[in-house]
Design a protein around this ligand. Structure first.
Ligand code: CS2
Ligand code: MN
Length: 362
C-alpha cells in the first residue's frame, strides 16, 4: 500500500508540502490543476511546475485527482469529441511526467453533495453532513429558485456564478436516462482507455457521492453490481475504479469490503474514510476509526491486505479538529490521524502474515 495525500496546490491549500512530508509513510501528493475548467487540455508547463515543486519536497506526483470530464461528454452531445481529444492529450502529457493513475468521476453536474460543511459532532469537532430529506424533497427547479432567492442557501461548492449554469445544466439533463449515461460513459472509455494504456496510466473512476440519484439527475457508479457493469463496459486492465469507502459506505446496503475482494485487481487507488449513517438516510463524516462510523474500516483494509494491495491509498475527507481552519474535509490533522490508523491496521496485518509465514517455515 502506497500512501499519498491530496494537495490542492500552492496558494490553494492551507496544508503545506513540508507538513505533508512529515506524515509517516506519505510518498506523494494527489493533485490537479484546479483552476482549469473541465474539458481543457492541460498545459505541459503547468504540469511541470507541480512536478518540480513536488520533486523538491521528495514527494511523487503519481496520482492525479481529477481530470474532470466535460458535461458535453456526459450528455453525449456532438461537442464531446473535441473534449475527448483534449482529454487524450492531457493523458499523454501526464504519462510523460510519470503519472500512474488518473481519478475522475462521471457524475452529472454535481460532484459530492452535502447540506452542511461544518456540522458539529459530539466531541465539538465539525464534519461534513448530508441531510437526506433536505435533498430528497427538493426538485431541480425549486433548487434553482431557492438558491437564486437566497444566496445563503447555496449548496457547498455552488458559488453564485455557477448558478446560472446550474439551471441550464439541469434542463440539459432532463431527458438523459441512466441507460444513456452508461452509453455515454462507454463511448468515452472506448476512446480514452487505449490512450491510457499506451501511456502507462490507469483510469480510476470515483464512485458517485452520495451513491444515488440527486435532483432527478442520473447516477450510475453507485453499488457493487453497477461497478461490475462498469468494469465490463470496457473490460481492460487500465479501466479501473477508485474505491472510495466513504462514498459507497453512505448506502448501508453497500458492503465495501466485499467490493474490495471482488474488484481487487482493478483498484489502483483507494480513498479510505468512514461515515456514520443514520436510519433516516442522513450521514456524517467521522474519524477513520471503525467504531466511530458505519463502515468497518478494519475489514476494508484487511480486504486490501489479503489481496496484496500495492496501489495508492489516501485518507479521504477528515473532520475539522483542534481549531484548524481549512478547506471543508481537507485539513491536515484529522487526515494525518486517519493515515496513522490505516498504517496501524496495515502494519499489524503485515506482521501477522510474517509471523504466520515463519511459523509455517519452522
Ligand atoms: C470527493 C470528490 O473523494 C473526494 O474527495 O470529494 O471530489 C472526488 O475528488 C471526485 O469525485 C473525483 O473525481
Ligand atoms: Mn473519495
Amino acid at each position: 500500500m502506497r500512501m499519498v495525500f491530496r494537495w490542492f496546490g500552492e496558494g490553494n491549500d492551507t496544508v503545506t508540502l513540508e507538513q505533508i512530508k512529515q506524515i509517516p509513510g506519505v510518498e506523494g501528493i494527489v493533485w490537479a490543476l484546479h483552476d482549469l475548467p473541465a474539458g481543457e487540455e492541460w498545459p505541459m508547463e503547468r504540469i511541470l511546475e507541480v512536478k518540480e515543486l513536488a520533486d523538491r519536497h521528495g514527494l511523487n506526483i503519481d496520482v492525479v485527482e481529477s481530470v474532470n470530464v466535460h458535461e458535453e461528454i456526459k450528455l453525449g452531445r456532438p461537442g464531446r469529441d473535441k473534449y475527448i481529444e483534449n482529454y487524450k492529450r492531457t493523458i499523454e502529457k501526464l504519462g510523460k511526467v510519470g503519472v500512474k493513475v488518473i481519478c475522475y468521476n462521471f457524475m452529472p453536474v454535481f460532484d459530492w453533495i452535502r447540506t452542511d460543511l461544518f456540522k458539529e459532532l459530539e466531541d465539538g469537532s465539525t464534519a461534513m453532513f448530508y441531510e437526506h430529506a433536505k435533498i430528497a424533497n427538493m426538485n431541480p427547479a425549486e433548487l434553482v429558485r431557492r438558491m437564486n432567492e437566497n444566496p445563503e442557501l447555496t449548496l457547498p461548492g455552488w458559488e453564485p456564478e455557477r448558478l446560472q449554469y446550474l439551471s441550464t445544466m439541469l434542463e440539459a439533463y432532463k431527458d438523459v436516462t441512466e441507460e444513456q449515461l452508461w452509453d455515454n460513459l462507454k463511448y468515452f472509455l472506448e476512446q480514452v482507455i487505449p490512450v491510457a494504456e499506451a501511456n502507462g496510466i490507469k483510469m480510476a473512476i470515483h464512485p458517485d457521492d452520495p451513491p444515488w440519484s440527486v435532483f432527478g439527475l442520473p447516477r450510475i457508479i453507485t453499488n457493487q453490481e453497477n461497478i461490475r457493469r462498469f468494469l465490463n463496459l470496457v473490460d481492460h486492465p487500465n479501466n479501473c475504479i477508485t474505491l472510495c469507502s466513504g462514498s459507497l459506505g453512505a448506502n448501508p446496503e453497500n458492503d465495501v469490503a466485499a467490493m474490495v475482494r471482488e474488484f481487487a485487481n482493478r483498484i489502483p487507488f483507494a480513498h479510505i474514510r468512514n461515515v456514520r449513517v443514520y436510519e433516516n438516510g442522513d450521514f456524517i463524516e467521522t474519524s477513520h476509526r471503525a467504531q466511530d462510523g458505519s463502515v468497518d474500516i478494519c475489514d476494508v483494509v484487511k480486504a486490501f491486505h489479503e489481496n496484496g494491495f500495492t496501489g495508492y491509498c489516501r485518507p479521504d475527507h477528515g473532520r475539522h479538529i483542534w481549531g484548524e481552519v481549512s478547506r471543508p474535509g481537507y485539513g491536515l490533522y484529522d487526515r494525518a490521524l486517519g493515515i496513522m490508523y490505516l498504517w496501524g491496521i496495515w502494519d499489524s496485518l503485515e506482521r501477522g502474515k510474517r509471523r504466520n509465514g515463519n511459523d509455517r517455515d519452522q
